[in-house]
Design a protein around this ligand. Structure first.
Ligand code: GTP
Ligand code: MG
Length: 365
């Protein structure tokens, strides 16, 4: 497994997204003009970045998210922001962490009841001009910061900091989401989403399958094996439990992801399907590792606690071991799906691997 970050030349600037097109009857098919057709399944546990990868595809291949489209993300982005603040206020209460200033204590009252914030979650909502200041006062409070750093204990969304620190912009009535806001937004996928891209010599259909437990039941209903599987795993979830788990079941998210990875590896349907593993959220991992020692969650980790490289190689090794056990060929990369430049390099890597698979299956290599 080659995991070193390697810049690959981006060679798809002429690509364009084509109309939604679903092909289910073949994993390798030559179009009349000699164009290869690939179908790639995007799998992985919930919240690992599958839809973010799909959004980057759209963006990089020509959809610049026109203003009318961006407006549709308003309610979700504002919900991400207001729910994050609400969760942090509630968690501070639960942990018994006092907010230091009177101003922060007063600001917290604004976010205690999520129902009272519902009016700001509809499209074209008239915003309260005092909300951004209340958010800022809270964010600057040491007690609130302490609660934020314990976000892994109460399922605080990955990019809560991005939204909270952008409150002055997002809570304006005239707010138009930026591409970065759209990429950082959290909205779990229901049903699978499929997009096809014309990449010149290859036509690639990507199918994003929701990763929540209820959505994973759909994976076994697939009719035809894909050309390749893109499996996303989050590096930064090592200190978190599965959100959908029952109260009595507190399963570490990395364990859940490894179980899903193993299920994919051992599923006979995918016997001849290569797996491309993306170990995602490397930016969050590098921030987190300084405050949350890996050894606290994985007692057999023997590296230095603050050693980012040792930590991510350890996590990568857990997946590698499973692949070896199942004698499954796979390649992997560390990724940051919200970073468009990183995405371009990674997609080039994905495309080259898919292309190589197809050529070797077609007897051309
Ligand atoms: N900072 C950072 N955030 C990321 C990265 N990748 C994804 N995210 C964020 O993680 C959250 C979850 O990403 P999604 O793409 O919705 O995850 P998913 O795998 O599609 O989740 P399901 O639809 O529930 O299966 C979103 O808020 C993303 O913006 C990353 O590399 N870095
Ligand atoms: Mg999704």
């Amino acid at each position: 497994m080659a995991l070193a970050s390697r810049e690959l030349r981006w060679s798809c600037c002429c690509c364009r997204q084509v109309d939604r097109h679903v092909t289910t009857n073949s994993t390798i098919k030559r179009w009349p003009a000699g164009v290869l057709e690939a179908r790639v399944l995007v799998l992985g546990a919930s919240d690992t970045g599958k839809s973010t990868f799909m959004k980057q595809m759209r963006y990089v291949f020509g959809d610049t998210f026109p203003v009318a489209d961006r407006r549709r993300y308003h309610p979700h982005i504002r919900r991400n922001l207001l729910e994050s603040v609400h969760k942090m206020v509630t968690a501070a209460d639960d942990f018994g962490i006092p907010l230091t200033t009177t101003a922060a204590q007063e600001a917290a009252e604004r976010f205690r009841d999520m129902d009272s914030l519902a009016q700001y979650l509809v499209e074209d909502a008239e915003m309260d001009p005092s909300l951004p200041e209340a958010t800022k006062v809270l964010w600057e409070d040491p007690g609130f910061q302490e609660t934020y750093l314990r976000g892994n204990e109460y399922h605080l969304m990955t990019n809560a900091d991005h939204f909270v620190t952008s409150a002055a912009r997002i809570l304006q009535t005239e707010y138009i989401p930026t591409v970065d806001d759209i990429l950082r937004m959290r909205y779990p996928t229901r049903n699978s989403v499929m997009s096809t891209y014309d990449l010149g010599e290859m036509r690639m259909t990507l199918q994003d399958m929701g990763g929540e437990r209820s959505e994973r039941e759909e994976w076994v209903r697939l009719l035809h094996p894909p050309t390749a599987i893109l499996f996303l795993a989050s590096l930064s979830e090592y200190d978190q439990c599965v959100e959908e788990a029952q109260e009595e079941e507190s399963k570490n998210r990395v364990e859940e992801s490894l179980d899903i990875f193993e299920a994919v590896l051992s599923f006979p349907f995918f016997d001849n399907t290569p797996v491309i593993l993306l170990l995602n959220k490397s930016d969050v991992f590098s921030r987190k590792i300084r405050h949350h020692p890996l050894s606290q969650y994985f007692s057999h980790y023997t590296g230095e606690d603050a050693d980012e490289e040792a930590g991510r190689n350890f996590l990568a090794g857990l997946y590698e071991r499973l692949a070896k056990q199942h004698r499954k060929h796979f390649v992997a990369r560390f990724t940051e799906a919200t970073n468009t430049e990183n995405f371009k390099a990674i997609f080039s890597f994905v495309k080259n691997n898919v292309s190589r698979t197809m050529m070797s299956r077609g007897g051309l290599l």
